[in-house]
Design a protein around this ligand. Structure first.
Ligand code: AMP
Ligand code: GLY
Length: 423
C-alpha cells in the first residue's frame, strides 16, 4: 500500500511511526513532514493546507490512503477533494468537520442529539452577549465560534473578564472571523480527559483516552498551550465511563450527523470534563490530539493502517482495536518563549542518546534540519515519549531521555502525569 500522511507535528511523527510499522505499507510519504519524519518516510514539500497539490500528488503516485493529521485541511475540505478524486481519505468531510470548525454548530448538534454538555447560548451581537454574561454571572466561559489555534476559549473568573473576552473576539477580532460569533457557556468543574473514537459514519469503536496538560507551567499554572504533555491510560476514565461516553456522546452524535447528511468518518476526539454529575462534553475535535496521539500510538498493539481503512470503508462494526496494558507518557519540549513568541534557530544535540534510552521514542514537532544539525523551528519542538509497565516507569524513562537532550534554549514541564502519580 502507498500512504500519504498530511501534517508536520509531533502527532504526525507518531502517526508516521505507527503507519511505517505496518507490514501492509510499502511506501509512505508525508507532506510536509519534519526532520524526524524524514527518517521513516519520504517528505514532500507541499503545505498541509494546499489541497489541490496534495490531491494531485496522491493521484500521480497512486496513493491508496490519505491520512490527515491537523484540522485545518479537514475543515477546508481535503476529504471531499479526495473523495472526488476517488482516493480513500481518513478524516471527515468539511460538513462533518464543522463539529470542530464551529462551536455553535457543535452545540446545536449536541442539543439535537441530547449529548450531555455545558448549557450555552450563541451570540453574533456583542451587546447581547454581554447582557447574557451579566445576567448569568461568573465564572463563565467565552468561546470564539471558529478555529483559533486553541486560543479561542476564555474561562472568565469575573464578569469583567468575560466582557473583555467578548470585546477581544467580537470587536477587536483578535482571531479574525472566528470571533464573529461567540458561544457562552457555563463553567464546569472536574478532571479533563481526552477520549478518542474511530468512526466510519455509522459505527464507532473506542480508541483510548489520554490526559493532556494544557498549562505551560508546573502544577497547571500559567497560560494555556496546545498541550505540554500527556499520559495514558488516565485512571479516572474507567471502562464504565468509556461505555457511558460511547452511549451518550459518540453514538448519538454519529446518528445526528448521519441524519443531517454529514456522516462523520475519522477520529472523533471528545474533550470531556468528568464532573460530579457525570462526564460532560467540552468540545469535539475531528482529529487526533497532539500530544495525546503520541501516547495512543505507543500503547497501540493493533496495526493502525487496517483500522484507518476500516473507517474509510464503513466496516468498523467488524473491527476491534487492541492496546497494550502498559502506560505511556509524552513530555513536550518547547522553545523558550512558548506559548508567546518562541525563540527559533537554537541547536538541539543529544537526540540519538535520548532515543537510545530503553522504551523511548522521540518525536519531532517543530524542528528544522540545517547543515546536518537539528534546530528549533516552532513552539512545541519535540515530544519525548516512553512506555512502561507502570506510569512511574514510563515517566522515569521519558525524563531520562529529556535529560540526555542537550538544548539549553528549550524547556519542559517536570510534572507530566502528576494527577495519576500524585505528589
Ligand atoms: P476547548 O478548546 O473548547 O477545549 O477549551 C479549551 C479549554 O478550556 C478546555 O480544555 C478546558 O480546560 C476549558 N474549558 C472549555 N470549556 C469549558 C467549560 N465549559 N468549563 C470549564 N472549562 C472549560
Ligand atoms: N492536545 C489538545 C489538542 O490537540 O487539541
Amino acid at each position: 500500500m502507498k500512504v500519504l500522511l498530511v501534517g508536520s507535528g509531533g502527532r504526525e511523527h507518531a502517526l508516521a511511526w505507527a503507519i511505517a510499522a505496518s507490514p501492509l505499507v510499502e511506501r509512505l510519504w508525508c507532506a510536509p513532514g519534519n526532520p524526524g519524519i524524514a527518517g521513516i518516510a519520504t517528505c514532500v514539500e507541499i503545505a498541509a493546507t494546499d489541497i489541490p497539490a496534495l490531491v494531485a500528488f496522491a493521484r500521480q503516485n497512486a496513493v491508496d490512503l490519505v491520512v490527515v493529521g491537523p484540522e485545518a485541511p479537514l475543515v477546508a475540505g481535503i476529504a471531499d477533494a479526495c473523495a472526488a478524486a476517488g482516493i480513500p481519505c481518513f478524516g471527515p468531510s468539511a460538513a462533518a468537520a464543522r463539529l470542530e470548525g464551529s462551536k455553535a454548530f457543535m452545540k446545536e448538534v449536541c442539543a439535537a442529539a441530547l449529548v450531555p454538555t455545558a448549557p450555552s447560548a450563541t451570540f453574533s451581537d456583542a451587546a447581547a452577549a454581554k447582557a447574557h454574561v451579566r445576567e448569568a454571572g461568573a465564572p463563565i466561559v467565552v468561546k470564539a465560534d471558529g478555529l483559533a489555534a486553541g486560543k479561542g476559549v476564555v474561562v472568565a473568573a469575573t464578569v469583567a473578564e468575560a466582557e473583555a473576552a467578548i470585546d477581544a473576539f467580537m470587536a477587536a477580532r483578535i482571531h479574525g472571523e472566528a470571533g464573529a460569533t461567540v458561544v457562552i457557556e457555563a463553567c464546569l468543574v472536574g478532571e479533563e480527559v481526552s477520549f478518542f473514537a474511530l468512526c466510519d459514519g455509522a459505527h464507532a469503536v473506542p480508541f483510548g483516552a489520554a490526559q493532556d496538560h494544557k498549562r505551560v507551567g508546573e502544577g497547571d499554572t500559567g497560560p494555556n498551550t496546545g498541550g505540554m504533555g500527556a499520559y495514558a491510560p488516565p485512571p479516572a476514565f474507567t471502562p464504565e465511563l468509556e461505555r457511558e461516553v460511547m452511549a451518550t456522546v459518540v453514538r448519538p452524535t454519529l446518528a445526528e450527523m448521519a441524519r443531517r447528511g454529514a456522516p462523520f468518518r475519522g477520529v472523533l476526539f471528545c474533550g470531556l470534563m468528568l464532573t460530579q454529575a457525570g462526564p460532560r462534553l467540552l468540545e469535539f475535535n475531528v482529529r487526533f490530539g497532539d500530544p495525546e496521539c503520541q501516547v495512543l500510538m505507543l500503547r497501540l498493539m493493533s496495526d493502525l493502517v487496517p483500522a484507518l481503512q476500516a473507517s474509510c470503508d464503513g466496516v468498523l462494526d467488524r473491527f476491534a482495536v487492541r492496546f497494550l496494558p502498559d502506560a505511556a507518557i509524552a513530555v513536550v519540549m518547547a522553545a523558550r518563549g512558548y506559548p508567546g513568541t518562541p525563540e527559533a534557530g537554537s541547536e538541539i544535540r543529544g537526540l540519538e542518546r535520548a532515543s537510545a534510552v530503553p522504551n523511548v521514542q522521540v518525536f519531532h514537532a517543530g524542528t528544522r534540519a540545517e547543515n546536518g544539525r537539528i534546530v528549533a523551528a516552532g513552539g512545541r519542538v519535540l515530544t519525548v515519549c516512553a512506555a512502561g509497565r507502570t506510569l512511574a516507569a514510563a515517566r522515569d524513562a521519558a525524563y531520562a531521555a529529556v535529560d540526555a537532550i542537550d538544548w539549553p534554549e528549550g524547556f519542559c514541564r517536570r510534572d507530566i502525569g502528576h494527577r495519576a502519580l500524585g505528589g
